[in-house]
Ligand binder design. Structure first.
Ligand code: MRU
Length: 362
């Protein structure tokens, strides 16, 4: 996507191939800056601290992290250590494990001297495929939005989204926001309700930033406003991303997603989940019982980051000294609450049969 007329991806190989560049998402929306990651340690730290975040982007960063480790030491031991280090950074998004396994399985049979280069090629392929998958999700979602809009001639299509599942969460385009970008570019009259998404406010900071740059009409709301808007006919559809989708179609996404799905069901509003195949964990069925939920620092709950009137990015305390916080970063929405999954291969029911229909060959 473009920022001030220049096309960007969220991650790229720097000239010379010995480091990777990323957009520093901690500074957004107040400052657009990039960072250079020169080692596996730096890639792991960027994922852990959420300089890069969003399931697909975490996966690609992990893949390049393995490449950086192999450039220094291509031995079996180094490969295994780097895999474990990167895989431990964030436990919920399955894209990370998926991308690490893909690079490891590609390079492990090779002589050590050939591994770093092969890892580079594989990481680049994962990144390029992610862009293609997200754009295809956009096309399938666009068709869905066009149907919804056709049922409401002359009215704005109001879509609610949670967290950031836009191009910043992927390599380009995004998952849940890809259909919104496509719809806006196709001339559909679309408006987006943007959940702020406490505690880290990926909606208020990143989704609002993305939509603003693309000129998509949007309004930031507190997380608790969605149910009220749904009751008053101001939401036509909900669309979110997912960090892990089980074989039967349960979806795990940013904390608070489940409550949106419940409110949508109570108000007969379609609840769509957009995902690339890299987000499906074929090894599990029951998302609530089986998906590991990342518990992040309580400080993300008790404190908040923003920009001071002087322009400095600063953190302030919200709750009293001594009040403990608890910070589960994701929750699971059972498949029964999901109207449909929007994938790069098409739109299907959130069910084992639905996923099997599309991915029977996988
Ligand atoms: O903690 P984050 O910011 O990495 O969480 C991101 C999300 O929850 C997204 O909705 C998810 O990764 C799917 S989008 C591409």
């Amino acid at each position: 996507m473009k920022i001030d007329g220049q096309a960007w991806r969220t991650i790229w190989l720097e000239p010379g191939g010995r480091s990777i560049g990323v957009i520093d998402q901690i500074q957004l929306p107040h400052q657009f800056t990039t960072r250079t990651l020169r080692s596996c340690d730096e890639a792991a730290e960027a994922i852990r601290t959420m300089v890069v975040r969003g399931a697909p982007l975490i996966g690609v960063t992990g893949a390049y992290g393995l490449m950086l480790a192999l450039q220094v030491d291509p031995s079996d031991a180094s490969l295994a250590a780097a895999f474990d280090q990167l895989n431990a950074t964030r436990p919920t998004a399955v894209n990370l494990r998926w991308a690490l396994e893909r690079v490891r399985d590609r390079v492990a049979p090779l002589p050590p001297a050939e591994r770093a280069e092969a890892a580079q090629v594989e990481a680049g392929a994962i990144a390029d495929e992610d862009v293609a998958m997200c754009e295809a999700i956009g096309e399938h979602g666009l068709a869905l939005f066009q149907e919804l809009a056709a049922a409401r001639p002359g009215q704005t299509l109001n879509v609610l989204t949670h967290c950031n599942a836009g191009w910043l969460a992927t390599v380009d385009w995004g998952t849940a926001l890809a259909p919104i970008y496509k719809a806006h570019r196709a001339g559909l009259d679309i408006h987006v309700w943007v959940d702020e998404t406490r505690p880290r406010n990926q909606g208020a900071s990143l989704t609002a930033y993305e939509l603003g740059r693309e000129g998509v009409p949007h309004t930031v709301i507190v997380d608790n406003a969605g149910g009220h808007l749904m009751q008053h006919g101001q939401v036509d559809a909900v669309i979110v991303g997912t960090d892990r989708t089980t074989r039967r179609g349960d979806v795990c996404n940013k904390i608070g997603t489940y409550l949106k799905a419940l409110a949508a069901r109570d108000n007969n509003i379609p609840f769509y989940v957009a995902l690339p195949a890299s987000t499906i964990d074929w090894s599990i069925d029951d998302g609530v019982a089986e998906i590991p939920i990342e518990a992040r620092s309580p400080e993300e709950v008790t404190h908040i980051q923003g920009r001071s009137p002087e322009g400095a990015i600063t953190t302030v305390q919200l709750s009293p000294d001594g009040s403990p916080g608890f910070n589960p970063a994701f929750d699971v929405t059972p498949a029964r609450l999901v109207t449909a999954l929007i994938t790069e291969r098409g739109v299907v029911a959130a069910s084992a049969a639905g996923l099997q229909e599309l991915y029977g060959d996988v």
